[in-house]
Design a protein around this ligand. Sequence first.
Ligand SMILES: Nc1ncnc2c1ncn2[C@@H]1O[C@H](COP(=O)(O)OP(=O)(O)OP(=O)(O)O)[C@@H](O)[C@H]1O
Ligand SMILES: [Mg+2]
Length: 661
Amino acid sequence: MTTFYRLLGFLRPYKGGLIASLILASAAMVMTVAIPYLTGLAVDALQTGARHARAHELALRNHDRHTLLVLALVIVGVVLIRWALTYLRRIIAGRVSLGIEYDLRGLLYGHLQRLELGFFDHQQTGQLMSRATVDLQAVRFFLGYGLVFILQSALTLVLAGIAMIVINPGLGLIAMLPVPFVVVISQRYGRRARPAIQEVQQRIAELTANAEENISGVRVVKSFAREPLQLKRFRHSVSRVFDQAMVSTRLEARYNPMIGFLPQLGLAAVLLIGGVSVIHGHLSLGQFSAFFLYLNMLIVPMRSLGVTLGLAQRATASGARIFQVLDRAPRLTSPPGAPPLPPGGGHIEFRGVTLRYEDPDEFGAAYSRTREGEAIRASETAQGGRPDSPAPVADAESAGTAAPPAPPPPASSREPRRARAVLRDIDLDVPAGRTIALVGATGSGKTSLVSLISRLYDPTAGRVLLDGVDVQSVNLRSLRQSVAVVSDDPFLFSASIAENIAYARPGASLAEVEEAARRAQAHEFIARLPQGFQTQVGERGLTLSGGQRQRLAIARALLADPRALILDDATSSVDSSTERLIKRALDEAMVGRTTLIIAHRLSTIALADEIVVLDHGRVIARGDHSQLLETSPLYREIVAKGLPEQVFLTRAPREREVSGL
Ligand SMILES: Nc1ncnc2c1ncn2[C@@H]1O[C@H](COP(=O)(O)OP(=O)(O)OP(=O)(O)O)[C@@H](O)[C@H]1O
Ligand SMILES: [Mg+2]
């Protein structure tokens, strides 16, 4: 229920529109209620007219005919006014609904942007996407239309009820008798439907996540010819949605007709009792007609009550899922009013730094992934899961309980043990302007270490300082503008090459972009592309090779002109001639700033003034090449055997690289 009230909060900016649409709806209702009354009068007029005609009282008969004509015209007028009111109301309600959608999208997306990287590490993209689309739609549809519809239905009930009681209190009460039952049944329905619908939404999210993974992982899928498996998994997800949607459909099928059926009983009772009253002359035929029409008016809102309540349940279920995201507070922020990073040359210090990545938190995806994994295993043993086999969830409903929201897995058995520290007690001082190479086996914590500088993560203990100030104490934006990271797998947006490079500094002129590209040794290959700098790349454009992307990323970093430059694995995926180009680019890039290079190749290591060796999250040695050859057995081993990656990635003979050192 609190979710529901919170959802209503989104209506606040639209109070005006909402009130207007309520007033319009009420006015339209008054018109609607007037019609049976006018019809009743007309029936009476035609009945007396017929009597007068039989008695050959022509003057009176003409008067009745005139009355009938006037009444017919009034009814036409009333209908036209109602049409105009409804038209206006729909326009206004549409504005409210779309406005809410607009606001919610902004809010959700804005919030996602504020969440730290660690949050996204544990999320499936599809899960978040489905909250931003499917769930959002459900909320806006209900707030924009459903709510007014419910209020309108309630108003119809009240107005028609009053009208009936005014016409004939006894008969009115009989007609209204089903109402309390309908309310009780609707409530019951609501209580049972919500968890079922929430589960449907959750499974749709899983399905979206599944589809998203299938598509973005298509390269792996195809290279291992695993399409059948993927299809099977996808079908499994689809059938999970199907099963659960059937649960809620069954609930709906059980309750909805019941809600519609009760008022029909009232109708029959009124037909009988009211008819007898007419025969006995206690009630005029006109009154009876009006009464009957009022009763009919009740049927539609009552029958659609189930549907509208369904909408409300869906909106609440979806709202809960949206609030789950909105309530997840960002854990990595700068203190309010934090000063910008003071100017400096890029002196980096790590003091007693320990890093433990956070466990996946209570929020969604981790649990759904586990459940999905389990379900797939289950379905594989049971020879595939398509709907005809009664799914366990469907049983839950027939056993009399709607599928409960799936419980999170028991913490003890599922939760990974508390994450171990990936960096331990690191003390490292990198003077401004120096170039340091970080080497170490895979998983030794190199990427983790450098990601602390621009605060992609915060250390669990210890401090990271940039130019003498704790990075956690300064404005995050200014910090990140001062540190550029070239990752080993650079991401390109669906945009032109020029836009992708200028991403680091959107105001940059084309000349500056070209200059950065030239310094990153990317100019030549860009010139050979069909539209040069305007060539579209990324998901909807040309696909670039790994080495090309890396050089674009270096150009991007150069354009940002940071005081600290971090190059992660930047030469891992290129051949030796490209590597030479990249080396030149790096040489260029390093001038006048502090650079940390995570190096897998000796030729890259050679660019550095100093080498730091990392092992299992600790700094175990530091020095230049010849010093380390003497002091560090691990470094000697690295030089002798090559880093594990080198075995795969280096195509040029090792001897040449070593001699080039
Ligand atoms: N976002 C993350 N969440 C949880 N654990 C992580 C995360 N990133 C890395 N780890 C873990 O931290 C450890 C160090 O990873 P890191 O990426 O820093 O290694 P690396 O030295 O850069 O390795 P490589 O040379 O393969 O790139 C690994 O055991 C890894 O599993
Ligand atoms: Mg790494």
